[in-house]
Design a protein around this ligand. Sequence first.
Ligand code: PHB
Length: 395
Amino acid sequence: MTTRRLVLSRGAALVGAASTGLLLPQIARAQSDRIRVGLMLPYTGTFAQLGVAIENGVRMAIEEKGGKLGGRTIEWFKVDDESEPSKGVENAQRLVQRDKVDVLIGTVHSGVQMGIHRVARDSGVLNIIPNAGVHAATRALCAPNVFRTSFTNSQPTLALGKPMVDKGLKRAVWISWKYAAGEEAFEGFRDSFTKAGGTIVKELALPFPNVEFQALLTEIASLRPDAVACFFAGGGAAKFMRDYAAAGLKDRIPLWGSGFLTEGVLEAAGPAAEGVMTTMHYADSLDTKRNQEFRLAYAKAFRMQPDVYAVQGYDSGQLLAQGLAAVKGDISNKKALYQALENQTIDSPRGKWSMSKSHNPIQDFYLRQVENKDNKVVGIAARALADSGAGCRMA
Ligand code: PHB
C-alpha cells in the first residue's frame, strides 16, 4: 500500500471510531504526530528581508529532505518579532505556550534573542538560532537546548583586523549601531586589529535602527583615518553605503566591515557598494558544486538570489532534519536529540562545519570584495575559527 493510501485509510478508521465516541485519546495522539515548528523572525523593519531569506532557507532544506522531519508532518507557526527587543519574551511565549511548538527557530536581532533565550531556558523547548550572534547565548548563558547555526557577533570581525593591516591600513575608525551586535562586533575588530598592529582612532555609534549617518560621516571626514570598519546589516547597511559614497568618502577612505554590510543589499546599494571589503563565513562566488547547486535551486524556488541569511536558514533546516532523523522523529528523547545535534557535520553551501561544545559553528571565514554586485572571494581570512565559548558550562 502506498504511504498516502495508508494514511487515508488510517484516517478513515479513526473518524469512524471517533464517531462512536470511543477513541478520542487516539485522535489526540494522531494529531500530535505532527511536529510543531515555530518561526520567530523579523518580517517588518530594517531586518525584514533577513527574516524572509531565513524562512526560505529553512523550508528549502526540509523540502529537499522530503518535506517532513523524522518522518513527521510539519505544522508551521509564525510570529513577526519586528526586531523589537521589548516584545521578545512575549512573542516567544506566544509560540511556546499558546502554539505549543516543539522547536522554535529564531531570530535575527541579538536583543530579541535574549527574550527567546529566557523562554527557551525556562521552558526547555529546543531553540535553533539562525542568525543573532549575541555572545551570551553560547557563552555564559549557554544551554543544552539552544543551538546556533550562524556565528557569534565577534567571529566575523575577529577575521577582519589582520587583512586590513596587511593592506597597510593602520589607523581605523569603527562605526556601528549601539546594541549587542554592534558592540560585540567591535570587540572582535578591536582584538584582531590591535593584535595585528593597528590603532583604532575612534569608535562611533548610533542607536538601532537609526540611519541618520550624516553627522558621523562628517566626523569621519575630519578624522581622516586610513580606513573605516563597521557593522551594519539589512536596509540600514544599504543606506550607510549610499550615504558614505554620497559624502565623497568612498574613493578617499576604504570601507571595510563584517560581511553583513554587503549581504542581500547589493541591488539596493548599487555602485556605492562596489569595492567594499568584508569578512564573512559565506560568499556568493564560492566555487564549489554544493554552493552552485544551492544557489541555482534557491533562485529557481524563490525568484531571488540567496545570501548568507538564506544559507543560515538552510543550515538550520538541515540541522533539524538530520537531528530528528537520528532520533526517528522522537523529539521527546531530548538526550539523544541534543547529542545528535551536537555531533552533526553540516554540508553547507558555505563549506562543511561542525558544532562547538558551546553549540556555535566552527567555520572558515572568507575575505570578500564586492564586484559587479557579487560578493567575490579574494582570500581565506581565517580557517576553522571557533568562538571562545567563554563561561559556558552545559548543565
Ligand atoms: C544581530 O543582532 O545579532 C545581528 C543582526 C543582523 C546581522 C547580524 C547580527 O546581520
